[in-house]
Design a protein around this ligand. Sequence first.
Ligand SMILES: [Zn+2]
Length: 563
Amino acid sequence: MPKASRILLPGFLAIAAFAAQAQDAPVTPAQKSAAKEITSELIRSHIRFLASDLLEGRGPATRGDQLAEAYIQSQLEGLGLGPGAPGGGWIQKVPLVGIRLTSSEPAIFKSGRGALSGALGENFVAVSGVQKPESRIDAAEIVFVGYGIVAPEYRWDDYKDADLDGKVLLVMNNDPDGSPQEPNLFAGKTRLWYGRWDYKYLMAAKKGAVGAIIIHTTPSAGYPWQVVQSTLAGERFELPDDGAPRVAAKMWATEALAKGIVELGGRDLDSLRASAENRSFKPVPLGVTVSLALTNAIGRKESGNVIGVLRGSDPKRAGEAVIYTAHHDHFGIQPGARPGSDPIYHGALDNASGVAAILSVAKAFASLRVAPARSTYFAFVAGEEQGLLGSEYLAKHSPVPAGRIAADINIDGIGWFGRTRDVVLIGLGKSSLDGDVKAVAAMQGRRVEGDQFPDRGTFYRSDQFSFARVGVPAAYLKKGTDVIGKPPGFGREQEENYEKTDYHQPTDTFRETWDFSGAVEDVQLAFWLGCRLADAPELPRWSRGDEFEATRLKAVREAGVPY
Ligand SMILES: [Zn+2]
């Protein structure tokens, strides 16, 4: 509040001061009161239905998937919103390619010193990198490439000019941690995109390699070997091949197998890894070859992004947009579940709850008598659990060009254990959205915290990342853990228990006992954040030097938006 308004002013000055103050408020009074539409009962009702047995776990391209899409479309239509899919309609069809591994032959590693085998599902995991019935690697030479990172902003290039055509890369997971001299190198202990396994395979393909083997260690992955093993089960989905470079096989090895491979080449894994902590590192050919043949069942399928829109009220800015996202898919029905156990992946928190949250936000927007200046899109995206597929497709085939999207606001899971003094912004520090989130949180008397588990790379693991990749600043909002009326540590313990027992398990079911009072506040905050961004004179910006800034500048230039 400006200081002047605290002293007594004559009538007209007081009115002017009030107007100025209202302009400074994070949202308008009408927007403030529209948040009353967001209630525990509303959130509860959507989750109860979406997580029920009837929807059979909402697996991509299943009947449950179609039911979820139909339900969401009905809700949006009933609110009086418009259909928002590009080219018209409520549903943007998302083409999918299903890939199921049908072979189990081990990989063979060979050198003059001897041979080793990588047994699929034991010490070795391989999935096809191509959408073909067979993918093979014939005696390709293995090259150790350290972290496998090229990051000009950190003056880092693990590849130098090595010729990696037709080779298989052996890669360390995660990214360098920084040092006492350079604590901010790769953002210290925070995992960046460079530290994600998807980045490693993508770089390997760009370098012309036919495959990459990531060395698994639990600290560098952030999860145990069983999680890697589980990628072999069932059908995986991808977007159709768009001609971008691909490796024939994406592979993981246990640390023990990786040590054995390196020893076949007469070297020591620990000293190789130590050398990779340095900028001067160069790729090291190991003198070891690998052969592998995978057979795959390939199927063409389809899912859908459900999209509604509230058109902006300012004709000059209605062509710009704020976009909300929440994924509606989960894992469907567990193949080969134990008799008597519940085989349905209900995905109540992940992410029926996020869908419920954004449907509630949509209701609050629909209740406004005057829509915000920019248009607001509500996108319920497909195939997130398969690798952010629906949001990637939407970001690449968007109803509004990326340079005209102010921001993406994503919700993937809400709080179930009461009101909190804090709210979490994943990606805090990355963009000017920090200030907007703090302004609306302050209206609630709450504080904003960053990621509580920075080593997990959470920013790159839900749908906001698909928008960041095309340059759109993104806010991924998550529940706080500082719970009102509970002892310190209670919220974190709840979250850790969920991760241990229910996360990505059939036991992520709807519970009558859940307390959504905190979720209501988080969802109201998400609503106000969107209102504020849709009305703001300027588009949000990435922090200077952020990994997505260059893409943004190009996107706004292409869209011809003043920036
Ligand atoms: Zn999930």
